[in-house]
Design a protein around this ligand. Structure first.
Ligand code: PLP
Ligand code: ZN
Length: 392
């Protein structure tokens, strides 16, 4: 396991304060490996001391390792943390030629297990290993299971994963080969989640499922920091993101908001949430002006990572979208499939359907949503097609 050195200057202050419940606003400043709020079962968010963050500046980033850990002052740890890392983050940002508009890709397929899930897993496993957690359980559609299997193995934590029966075979195999205990269950990730919660309640294993743990979204939030830095602290007009559980959307919006308040960027981008038309609970709730996401009945789509009928953080996702004056679009499975092939041929980019979905939204965004061709979009390429070749 590679471990990084300490932060640049020992004089710089601590930035992480603790956890706050989104619902009852209780604060937890201890180091307990928490899940949901013990008082009201609400979702917890990490809180940073923004006065302390003003002591940091983009200039101090230059001599840090080229991984997401160079942004450790925005991660929920004391400054001298010893990260569990294999080089997640620090992914390329480049122009896409396939579309006539000004489109860039943040290529998250370059992460250790081929997806952006490695960012969240590195943060969560670092947190759990600091608290001497020995066992975890989680529900996943496949990619997060692979990531947590890898980082758990490195940290010596026992990992148990519940996946839906129809998960991509390579995700199943990789999770097992990385030493996780794996059970496939009938139904969707919602059903897998119920199994994970039951097991956690019975065995005391830490539940690392989406938003049950508060230690994943800041990891994905580092994508916002990297994109801003890669564009020389000029943000794009739009961030186009394929929404499943919403971890990346919530995490990136939070980080854009923090660095905007700190003056690192002059303006925040608008977030474009993309979902497949066969499972689009967030898009419908947002476009109907709802405060909460309703469960999507009988989801059907080839985009397994986006087949989340009722994201736990529905209210939080909608609030982030509203604050960003965002847009929400649906794309069909046939658009996803043809975009996947077009990007492989045109850009040499092999994406899985959940990731290609965001690119499939680009023509709609520019043609129908009156986005100007000169306005820039950064599309997050969330996952490699090497794990989903049977769907190509
Ligand atoms: C490739 C891919 N893209 C997007 C998503 C959605 O991510 P989030 O939960 O951050 O919305 C997933 C989740 O499984 C995924 O695997
Ligand atoms: Zn609470």
């Amino acid at each position: 396991m590679r471990r990084l050195g300490r932060a640049t200057s020992l004089k710089l202050p601590e930035t992480y304060k603790g956890l706050r419940c989104n619902d009852c606003r209780s604060i937890y400043e201890d180091d307990a490996p928490r899940g949901r709020c013990p008082k009201c079962s609400g979702l917890l968010d990490t809180v940073f001391d923004e006065d302390a963050l003003t002591e940091y500046s983009p200039k101090q980033l230059t001599d840090e390792a080229q991984t997401m850990w160079r942004f450790r002052m925005f991660l929920p740890f004391k400054r001298n943390v010893d990260p569990v890392t294999v080089g997640e983050g620090g992914t390329p940002l480049r122009r896409v030629k396939t579309f006539s508009a000004s489109v860039w890709v943040k290529d998250e397929t370059r992460n250790p297990t081929g997806t952006f899930k490695d960012r969240g897993a590195s943060v969560a496993i670092t947190r759990l290993s600091q608290s001497n957690v020995q066992k975890l359980v989680m529900a996943s559609e496949g990619n997060a299971g692979c990531s947590f299997a890898l980082y758990s193995k490195m940290a010596g934590i026992r990992c148990r994963v519940y996946l839906p029966k129809q998960a991509n075979p390579i995700k199943v195999q990789l999770t097992k080969k990385l030493g996780a205990r794996l059970t496939q269950v009938p139904g969707t990730i919602g059903d897998a989640g119920r199994h994970a919660s039951k097991t956690a309640a019975k065995t005391g294993e830490y539940n690392a499922s989406t938003f049950i743990t508060p230690f994943r979204h800041d990891g994905k939030g580092t994508m916002a920091l990297e994109v801003s830095e890669q564009l020389n602290w000029e943000t794009p007009d739009y961030i186009v993101y394929p929404v499943g559980g919403g971890v990346g959307l919530v995490g990136m919006w939070k980080m854009f908001s923090i660095i905007h308040r700190l003056g690192w960027i002059r303006r925040k981008p608008r977030i474009v949430a993309v979902q497949p038309s066969g499972c689009a609970p967030v898009v419908d709730a947002y476009n109907r002006g709802k405060q909460e996401v309703e469960e999507w009945k009988s989801p059907t789509t080839i985009a397994n990572g986006l087949k989340i009928p009722k994201p736990l953080a529905g209210k939080w996702i909608l609030k982030s979208l509203r604050e960003s004056k965002g847009l929400a679009l649906k794309v069909s499975d046939s658009e996803i499939r043809s975009t996947m092939r077009r990007l492989a041929g045109g850009e040499g980019m092999l994406l899985e359907p959940s990731s290609a979905a965001a690119f499939a939204a680009i023509p709609h965004l520019y043609a129908e949503d009156s986005v100007d061709e000169g306005e820039t979009s950064v599309v997050i390429a969330t996952g490699s097609g090497l794990k989903t070749l049977e769907q190509f």
